[in-house]
Design a protein around this ligand. Structure first.
Ligand SMILES: [Cu+2]
Length: 204
């Protein structure tokens, strides 16, 4: 019995140890390549309450388990020019060129992740003025002759993420000091990407 156990257990222990060592070695090698992660997740967040949002804006506007009623959302927007629960998290990052962003919509609404030259309003007029962004960013919306706004088509620099969706985002390119991204629905949802390489050059 004892011998049988040795025959089975000992090789098993050796096998597990070898696998473990292999794992550790691979991890070490990866850590040596770069001490910075080259992929950063950006969470797109909101806290919309489905019944009140869907009643006010339209069916399907909000899904999930958020708890902020539409009236509270509007009240906070009016007072603060933003609603804290609606945000990109993080909202500022310092990264090396070549860093890939991965976008995760953790909220209940659709958000866009749009690269803009300058921050501005989005394509939902009723959210632009109260948030202090009366002029839409051209990357977000086209302004028609009658003043109405038309969303710009989706593309690699203008990603639309539905609730719960995860998508690969842009890769941070070179030659720029800073890149700005915003949501074209909720224009106070913003991300500033500072490029490390360029930053060092500035301080010389
Ligand atoms: Cu949004």
């Amino acid at each position: 019995m004892n011998t049988l156990r040795k025959r089975i257990v000992f090789p098993l222990v050796v096998f597990v140890c070898v696998i473990g060592l292999g794992f550790a070695a691979r991890k070490g090698a990866r850590a040596d390549e770069s001490d910075k992660p080259d992929v950063i997740q950006i969470h797109l967040r909101d806290f919309c309450d489905p019944p009140t949002f869907n009643q006010a804006v339209g069916p399907g506007t909000c899904i999930g388990s958020g708890l902020m009623p539409f009236a509270t959302f509007l009240a906070e927007l009016g007072e603060e020019k933003s609603v804290g629960e609606w945000r990109f998290n993080p909202n500022t990052i310092h990264v090396e060129e070549g860093t890939k962003l991965v976008l995760v919509n953790r909220g209940g609404e659709t958000h866009t992740f749009t690269k803009v030259e300058e921050f501005g309003g989005g394509f939902v007029a009723p959210l632009n003025a109260p948030s202090g962004n009366p002029v839409p960013a051209p990357e977000c919306a086209q302004v028609l002759g009658d003043g109405s706004l038309v969303p710009q088509p989706a593309g690699p620099d203008n990603l639309f993420l539905e609730a719960g969706e995860t998508e690969p985002g842009p890769t941070i390119g070179d030659g720029e000091k800073q890149t700005r991204f915003q949501c074209c629905v909720h224009p106070w949802m913003r991300l500033v990407v500072n490029h490390k390489h360029e930053e060092h050059q500035d301080h010389r």
